[in-house]
Write a protein that binds this ligand. Structure first.
Ligand SMILES: C[S@@+](CC[C@H](N)C(=O)[O-])C[C@H]1O[C@@H](n2cnc3c(N)ncnc32)[C@H](O)[C@@H]1O
Length: 368
């Protein structure tokens, strides 16, 4: 393929002829005084921030070879770092790091994040407090299901804890949010849902999402406590999944059905925890060792008492030998709730001496 050394694409991406760009940088790194390096980098930065015509005329490179796309703002900031270097050694260190990031890919065993270009992943959250201002309502994410979670949750989990082509199991798939995200990110997804009507609607929505990576999206109607997961995996010729996601009912806060096998119909907290534990027991053998289990859960109020459902569930998981990796606290985004309703709750909170629920948890475990 014949490519120009640098072509700018929209959204701040610069497409480079990899070999040529490395060659240019290597020439710069071989210079023996700081000022000459800075002069060359200054010109390069100018080229990268200018339009295509200028790039060709200044660099005058037309060559065959592989291309690489880089975030322009990050590349410019790396060049700026070189320009700000106080010593020759520092400048060369930054230059060599830039060259390495272009030439090589370094990922861990559990995701596709290229650690040599980690700065480009600023969409990946690494803090334990998530304040999301709005849900992602794009494409098939219609948010029609009362009690669904925001797509950002499975998305973040998959980006950090799976590679493309791996398998994700969601044992309370509801409206299919996880499986829609799986399609977007190129992960195979299996979802189990007790309510056949909900499962049917989820299937229809998932099918509306383009499947550009040609992944499997399988929604199965069943009770996650007892369903034969081995049989499901056998069908696809696999025996392990790489990420387990659970978003169970928060006990009886929302009643999902009349079915007594539904966790939202548990008669007590104890029964709820027993049912939840059964689902964990049923799924755990199929999660690959060293891989992650994300539990999304909130607390509840009952008869004037805060019930720490999230921590009770966490305890159930820990009893089963998992390692706790994080407790993420995520806000409830503002719903379109009426102002008068909000004021009423605020008044009640002041009278009753309690706080209004504004958060839920994403508890993250690693299978040992
Ligand atoms: C909190 S919702 C999950 C919502 C989902 N994350 C989404 O974005 O749509 C919990 C779901 O678990 C289902 N459920 C309850 N008990 C179940 C069981 N024993 N087996 C499988 N699914 C169950 C409910 O029908 C409900 O759809």
């Amino acid at each position: 393929m014949k490519t120009n050394s640098i072509t700018q694409f929209p959204y701040g991406t610069v497409i480079l002829n990899k070999e040529k760009f490395v060659e240019v940088l290597s020439q710069v790194v071989s210079l023996s005084d700081l000022n000459s390096i800075k002069n060359r980098i200054f010109t390069l930065k100018d080229i990268i921030t200018k339009d295509k015509k200028d790039q060709e005329s200044i660099l005058n490179i037309d060559a065959n070879g592989d291309t690489i796309s880089l975030r322009r703002d990050i590349l410019v900031s790396e060049l700026d770092q070189i320009l700000k270097s106080q010593t020759l050694e520092r400048a060369k260190y930054y230059l060599n790091r830039l060259i390495k990031g272009i030439q090589k890919v370094k990922t861990s065993k559990i995701n596709d994040i290229n650690l040599l270009r980690w700065k480009e992943y600023d969409d990946i959250i690494t803090d334990s407090l998530w304040i999301l201002d709005k849900r992602d309502n794009s494409g098939a994410h219609l948010a029609w299901y009362w009690g669904n979670f925001v797509p950002q949750i499975p998305r973040q989990m998959m980006l950090r804890y799976t590679k493309k082509g791996e398998w994700v199991l969601d044992t309370f798939v509801g409206s299919g949010t996880t499986l829609i995200e799986c399609r977007r990110l190129g992960r195979n997804g299996i979802g189990i849902e007790l309510n056949p009507q909900v499962a049917q609607k989820a299937k229809e929505l998932i099918e509306r999402e383009p499947n550009k990576y040609n992944v499997v999206s399988e929604v199965i109607v069943g009770d996650s406590r007892t369903i034969d997961i081995k049989q499901i995996l056998d069908k696809f010729g696999i025996n392990k999944i790489q990420l387990l996601i659970m978003h169970p009912p928060y006990h009886d806060i929302i009643k999902f059905s009349e079915d007594e096998r539904d966790l939202s119909n548990a008669k007590s907290i104890e029964q709820f925890l027993k049912m939840f534990g059964d689902v964990v027991d049923n799924a755990t053998p199929y999660l690959e060792k060293g891989r992650y289990f994300a539990l999304v859960i909130g607390d509840k109020y009952s008869k004037g008492e805060w019930i720490p459902l999230g921590f009770y569930c966490m305890h159930e998981v820990l009893k089963r030998g998992y390692l706790l990796k994080s407790i993420i606290v995520k806000n409830f985004e503002d719903t379109r709730g009426k102002r008068s309703q909000k004021e009423l709750w605020r008044y009640r909170a002041l009278v009753g001496g309690f706080y209004i629920f504004k958060h839920e948890y994403i508890m993250l475990f690693k299978k040992q």
